[in-house]
Design a protein. Structure first.
Length: 62
Protein backbone atom coordinates (compact mmCIF):
# COMPACT_ATOMS: atom_id res chain seq x y z
CA UNK A 1 0.00 0.00 0.00
CA UNK A 2 1.44 3.38 -0.91
CA UNK A 3 1.14 6.54 1.17
CA UNK A 4 -1.56 7.98 -1.12
CA UNK A 5 -3.92 5.10 -0.29
CA UNK A 6 -3.62 5.56 3.47
CA UNK A 7 -6.36 7.48 5.19
CA UNK A 8 -5.60 10.91 6.53
CA UNK A 9 -5.99 11.57 10.22
CA UNK A 10 -7.10 14.54 12.20
CA UNK A 11 -3.97 15.38 14.20
CA UNK A 12 -6.03 16.99 16.97
CA UNK A 13 -8.07 13.79 17.35
CA UNK A 14 -4.90 11.69 17.58
CA UNK A 15 -3.39 14.10 20.11
CA UNK A 16 -6.51 13.79 22.28
CA UNK A 17 -6.20 10.01 22.56
CA UNK A 18 -4.30 8.54 25.50
CA UNK A 19 -3.27 5.03 26.44
CA UNK A 20 -6.20 3.22 28.07
CA UNK A 21 -3.84 1.47 30.51
CA UNK A 22 -1.53 4.31 31.63
CA UNK A 23 -3.33 7.43 30.36
CA UNK A 24 0.00 8.48 28.85
CA UNK A 25 0.40 10.34 25.57
CA UNK A 26 0.58 8.19 22.43
CA UNK A 27 2.87 8.62 19.44
CA UNK A 28 1.78 7.92 15.86
CA UNK A 29 3.68 5.35 13.80
CA UNK A 30 2.66 6.10 10.22
CA UNK A 31 4.65 3.19 8.75
CA UNK A 32 2.85 0.52 10.80
CA UNK A 33 -0.40 2.47 11.21
CA UNK A 34 -0.31 2.23 14.99
CA UNK A 35 -0.51 4.44 18.04
CA UNK A 36 2.38 3.69 20.38
CA UNK A 37 2.26 3.80 24.16
CA UNK A 38 5.86 3.88 25.31
CA UNK A 39 4.70 3.85 28.95
CA UNK A 40 2.71 0.61 28.55
CA UNK A 41 4.95 -0.89 25.82
CA UNK A 42 1.89 -1.39 23.60
CA UNK A 43 1.03 -0.57 19.98
CA UNK A 44 -2.64 0.07 19.20
CA UNK A 45 -3.63 -0.65 15.59
CA UNK A 46 -5.39 1.78 13.29
CA UNK A 47 -7.80 -0.10 11.02
CA UNK A 48 -9.63 1.62 8.18
CA UNK A 49 -8.75 4.95 9.75
CA UNK A 50 -10.13 4.02 13.18
CA UNK A 51 -7.78 3.71 16.18
CA UNK A 52 -8.54 0.48 18.06
CA UNK A 53 -7.95 1.47 21.67
CA UNK A 54 -8.63 -1.91 23.27
CA UNK A 55 -5.84 -3.42 25.34
CA UNK A 56 -6.80 -6.89 24.08
CA UNK A 57 -6.21 -5.70 20.48
CA UNK A 58 -2.84 -4.04 21.20
CA UNK A 59 0.47 -5.54 20.19
CA UNK A 60 3.12 -5.86 22.90
CA UNK A 61 6.35 -4.00 22.18
CA UNK A 62 9.71 -5.44 23.14
Amino acid sequence: MNDDARPTYDRKMLEALVCPRTHAVLSYDSVNQELISKAAHLAFPIRDGIPIMLIDEARALE
